[in-house]
Write a protein that binds this ligand. Structure first.
Ligand code: DDQ
Ligand code: CA
Length: 273
């Protein structure tokens, strides 16, 4: 009998040790799946173009053919416009009602979708002539940024949430809270879908957050303090924050500008870590 108990305890402790080792292995795999390598980039300016210094840029996108669409804000000054990249010339402009504050803008098919800041009201325009095709309502707290992967819409509302919106019903299909090292990334603003990632201007900073559209996972920071600094040093004291990202998927060009900035930049990112 004592020998039986001795064997029993040996077998029991060995199996406990083995199970603990297996469990630790499994959980470390799980943790590794959630843990991401966060990258850090800065930008080099490769081209600069004129930008309407009166445009309080709230939404920006590239539509091919050296053409941008831009949404501007401020009550009484909000608009949607078609802009020639190389000259900065506003080729078409649709003014908004003075009670509305233009925000994020995106192009899906032939139609532009735009949200407004404090109303849960959005507008749909024909990209050809900027005529208004309709309106919609969304469920976000505010309207800040808007982007698309060509299928669904992505939206931000100034919180740390990235929304996926159905482009037919405008219902929020999902809402992901974005964390950087355990901290919520608040003030997600103007958005762009680039190579399977969401890029988001973080309001009042010179930083762009790279976010996974699948699960809201944080992919990296792009730091752009050089752009606003250069403008201020050149005497442009009235400029506001960095805002507006546009992506030319064909020529792989990244454009950025800011609210009331006299310039729009084509930049290349380079890693700093
Ligand atoms: N947002 O674009 C970050 C959502 C809002 C920008 C608000 C800038 C303040 C302008 C002054 C508004 C006066 C009520
Ligand atoms: Ca954009």
């Amino acid at each position: 009998a004592p020998r039986f108990y001795a064997n029993f305890y040996v077998v029991l402790s060995v199996s406990i040790v083995v199970s603990v080792i297996i469990l630790l292995h499994i959980s470390s795999y799980k943790f590794r799946a959630f843990e991401r390598v966060i990258s850090y980039h800065m930008v080099k300016v490769v081209n600069e173009f004129p930008h309407d210094p009166k445009a309080f840029t709230q939404g920006l996108l590239y539509a091919g053919n050296d053409t941008l669409f831009e949404s501007t804000g401020l009550f009484g000054k909000s608009s949607v416009r078609k802009v020639a990249l190389r000259t900065g010339k506003v080729e078409k402009l649709q003014k908004m009602d003075g009670s509305l504050f233009g925000e994020g803008l995106t192009l899906l098919g032939e139609r532009l979708f735009q949200v407004t800041w404090l109303q849960k009201l959005g507008f749909i325009y024909d990209q050809k002539n900027l005529s208004e095709l309709g309106t919609f309502n969304h469920e976000m707290k505010d309207g800040w940024g808007l982007a698309t992967d060509g299928k669904v819409l992505f939206g931000s509302d100034g919180s740390s949430s990235l929304y996926e919106l159905d482009p037919q019903t405008f219902k929020a299909v999902s809402k992901q809270v974005v964390y950087y090292k355990g901290h919520q990334v608040h003030n997600l603003n103007e958005l762009e879908y680039i190579n399977g990632e969401i890029w988001a201007n973080v309001y009042m900073t010179d930083c762009i957050a790279r976010i996974s559209p699948n699960n809201g996972g944080f992919l990296g920071w792009i730091l752009l303090p050089n752009l606003r600094k250069e403008l201020v040093e050149a005497g442009h004291n009235g400029i506001d924050v960095l805002n507006g990202i546009a992506w030319d998927g064909e020529q792989k060009r990244i454009f950025v500008t800011g609210k009331l900035w006299p310039k729009l930049y084509e930049v290349k990112v380079f890693p700093i870590n």
